[in-house]
Design a protein around this ligand. Structure first.
Ligand code: ASP
Length: 436
C-alpha cells in the first residue's frame, strides 16, 4: 500500500540527469556568492573542498579519454571502405571549416557594432584604468608564435604512439587510430573476427564506465563552478561588462541562430530536440572549460541520446574536439579586436582580415583545455603589433567566458555528427526513439 504522495515518491535523484546538473549549477552559483573562499567546513576551507571534488571529477573524465577515443575510432573505421571514408572526411572538414569561419565573422560583426573597447568614444584602457595583468598565464603565453600552429601538423604523426597517449596528444592518437581501424577492416578470417570483437567489447565497456562517471556529474559540476565563483566573484566583471556582453551575444547568435539553422535546414532535425539531447555534454563543457575532458560525455550523448551511429560519431567527435572550435575562434577574434580598440588602435579592413585568418588557423591548433585561447590571442596581438601583455586586459573574465565558448565548441561538434549522420541517410537520429 502506497501512503506517500506521488510527487514525494520521486526523489530528486530520479530527475533526468540534465535537470540534476542544472540544479547543481544554480546551487553552485548561490553557494559561491554567499560564502567566502576561506569559509570552513569541518575545519577545511570551502575552496579546498570544491577544488578537491572538481579535480576528482576531471580526473575521472580524463581517465576515459584514451581508451574511449581509440576504441571508438577503430570500431567506427572497421566498417568503412575507402569511398565512405573519403566522403565522411570531406564533409566533416567542410563543416568544420565553414562553421568556424561563420563564427569568426559573427564575432567580427558584433564587436565592430558594439565596440566594447571604447567607452564614450574613448579607448577603455585609459578611461577605466584597465591594467594589463602579469601572472603565470602571461609567462605561459610568452615566447609563443606562429610556429606553434605549424607544430600542430607535426604532432599529427607521433613518433611514439604510447607517449602520445600518455601525454594526451590527441591528434597523434586520432591519426594512429584511424590508420589502425582502416587496416583492421582489411583483415581476413580469424584475425578480423578477433580484432573486431576485441575493439567492440572494449568500446562497450568504456561506454558503461562513461555512463557511471556521468552519474556523478552533478557533484563535479557543482564543485567546478562553485570554485570559479568563489575565486573570481562578480565585482571584477564591471569594467569589462561590455566585452562580456559582446562575447555572449556573438556566441549566442552562433549557437542559437547559425547552428540551429544548420540543424534545421541541412540535417532536417528539430534543434530543440538536439539541445535537450546534448544538455549533459553542454553543462559538462561549461563547468570543465575543456572540450577534451568533455569528449566522453559528448560521445555518450550523441550516440545514446541523439542516436547517431558510432561510425559517424566515432569519426567526427574526437576530431572535432581537437580541431573544430567555433566558440574559441569567435572569442579569439572578439578579444583581439576588443584589445585593439581598448588600446586606441583603428584596424583597417586588411588587418581585420589578418585577424580572421589567424583566428581560423589557431583555433584548429588550440588544445581543448582551459584558457588555451590565450596563447592564440597573443599570436594575433603580435601579428597586429600590440604588446603581449595586452592579453592581461581580459584575464579577469577569461575563465567564465572560457566556460561559455567551450560549450559552443562542443555543441558545434555534436551538430556536425548529427548533420553528417543525416546526410549519410541515418533516419533514427533524434527521432521519436531518441532519449532526449
Ligand atoms: N577551453 C576551450 C576548449 O577546451 C579552448 C579555449 O578556447 O581556451 O574548448
Amino acid at each position: 500500500m502506497k501512503i506517500i504522495p506521488r510527487q514525494l515518491q520521486r526523489s530528486p535523484l530520479r530527475w533526468p540527469l540534465y535537470a540534476q546538473i542544472l540544479l547543481a549549477l544554480v546551487f553552485a552559483v548561490i553557494v559561491g556568492l554567499i560564502f567566502e573562499p576561506s569559509t570552513e567546513i569541518f575545519g577545511i576551507s570551502l575552496l579546498s573542498v570544491t577544488s578537491y571534488l572538481g579535480a576528482l571529477f576531471l580526473n575521472a573524465l580524463k581517465m576515459l579519454i584514451v581508451p574511449l577515443i581509440v576504441s571508438s575510432i577503430i570500431v567506427g573505421m572497421m566498417d568503412l571502405d575507402a569511398d565512405m571514408l573519403g566522403r565522411l572526411g570531406s564533409k566533416t572538414l567542410l563543416y568544420y571549416l565553414m562553421t568556424s569561419l561563420i563564427a569568426i565573422i559573427t564575432g567580427l560583426l558584433v564587436v565592430n557594432l558594439i565596440q566594447p573597447g571604447l567607452i564614450n568614444g574613448v579607448a577603455a584602457r585609459d578611461s577605466t584604468g584597465l591594467a594589463a595583468g602579469t601572472n603565470e598565464i602571461l609567462q605561459n603565453v610568452a615566447g609563443r608564435g606562429p610556429s606553434d600552429v605549424a607544430d600542430v601538423f607535426l604532432r599529427m604523426i607521433p613518433s611514439n604512439v604510447i607517449a602520445a597517449a600518455a601525454d594526451g596528444q590527441m591528434l597523434g592518437l586520432i591519426f594512429f587510430s584511424l590508420l589502425f581501424g582502416y587496416f583492421v577492416s582489411r583483415l581476413k578470417d580469424v584475425f578480423a573476427d578477433t580484432q573486431k570483437h576485441f575493439w567492440q567489447g572494449l568500446l562497450a565497456v568504456m561506454m558503461q564506465i562513461t555512463n557511471l562517471v556521468m552519474k556523478f556529474s552533478p557533484i563535479g559540476v557543482f564543485a567546478l563552478v562553485c570554485k570559479v565563483i568563489l575565486v573570481s566573484g562578480l565585482d571584477a566583471f564591471a569594467p569589462l561588462a561590455w566585452f562580456f556582453t559582446t562575447v555572449l551575444l556573438a556566441l549566442g547568435l552562433h549557437m542559437f541562430v547559425t547552428l540551429s539553422l544548420v540543424l534545421k535546414l541541412v540535417a532536417r532535425v528539430k534543434p530543440s530536440r538536439h539541445f535537450r539531447a546534448m544538455l549533459p555534454a553542454l553543462l559538462t563543457a561549461f563547468s570543465t572549460s575543456s572540450s577534451s575532458a568533455t569528449l566522453p560525455i559528448t560521445m555518450e550523448s550523441v550516440e545514446t541520446r541523439a542516436r547517431v551511429s558510432n561510425r559517424v560519431a566515432g569519426f567526427t567527435l574526437p576530431l572535432g574536439a581537437t580541431v573544430n572550435m567555433d566558440g574559441t575562434a569567435l572569442y579569439e577574434c572578439v578579444a583581439a579586436m576588443f584589445i585593439a580598440q581598448a588600446y586606441g588602435l583603428q584596424l583597417d579592413i586588411t588587418t581585420q582580415f589578418t585577424v580572421v585568418m589567424i583566428a581560423l588557423l589557431t583555433s584548429i591548433g588550440v588544445a581543448g583545455i582551459p584558457s588555451a585561447s590565450l596563447v592564440a590571442i597573443s599570436i594575433i596581438l603580435g601579428a597586429i603589433g600590440l604588446p603581449l601583455e595586452a592579453v592581461g586586459l581580459i584575464l579577469v573574465v577569461d575563465r567564465v567566458l572560457d566556460m561559455c565558448r567551450t560549450a559552443v565548441n562542443v555543441f558545434s561538434d555534436s551538430c556536425c555528427a548529427v548533420t553528417i549522420a543525416r546526410l549519410e541517410g541515418e533516419n533514427g537520429v533524434l527521432g521519436e526513439a531518441a532519449r532526449t
